[in-house]
Design a binder for this molecule. Structure first.
Ligand SMILES: CC(=O)c1cc(-c2ccccn2)c2ncccn12
Length: 121
């Protein structure tokens, strides 16, 4: 997950970049910052078939791979549900992912996405 230098941004890319920053702030321990590896999480790649993390999401924003907010949110939900699938419910990872998911979905409630509408024509 190597970050590229910033290219020209579409309004949607700027909106997703803004949202990504706010979501990352909800993960201060950076548990979701990079792909989970099998050496920090034994057997992870055998259990989680579609891994996702914030760095990969940022790369996809930079490469304009998200055509809309829904595609971006699908990856965010995937990242959180992966953590709830692999980790036991009494772990810090499970608890953080649950809080992250709810905080993230609150950010995109209709009454809170005025910023999105102003950014995207
Ligand atoms: C997100 C996740 O499932 C995760 C992140 C980590 C993680 C991420 C950064 C540093 C240390 N641990 C982790 N470690 C063990 C088991 C699961 N995880």
């Amino acid at each position: 997950c190597v970050l590229r230098q910033r290219q020209e941004r579409t309004p949607l890319q700027r909106a997703l970049e803004h949202l990504l920053k706010k979501l990352e702030q909800r993960d201060p321990q950076q548990f979701f910052a990079w792909p989970v590896t099998d050496n920090i999480a034994p057997g992870y790649s055998a259990i989680i078939t579609s891994p996702m993390d914030f760095c990969t999401m940022r790369q996809k924003v930079d490469d304009n791979q998200y055509n809309n907010l829904q595609d971006f949110l699908a990856d965010f939900k995937l990242m959180c549900t992966n953590a709830m699938q692999y980790n036991q419910s009494d772990t810090i990872y499970y608890k953080t992912s649950k809080k992250l998911l709810h905080a993230g979905l609150r950010l995109v409630q209709p009454d809170k996405i005025g910023w999105l509408i102003t950014l995207t024509p």
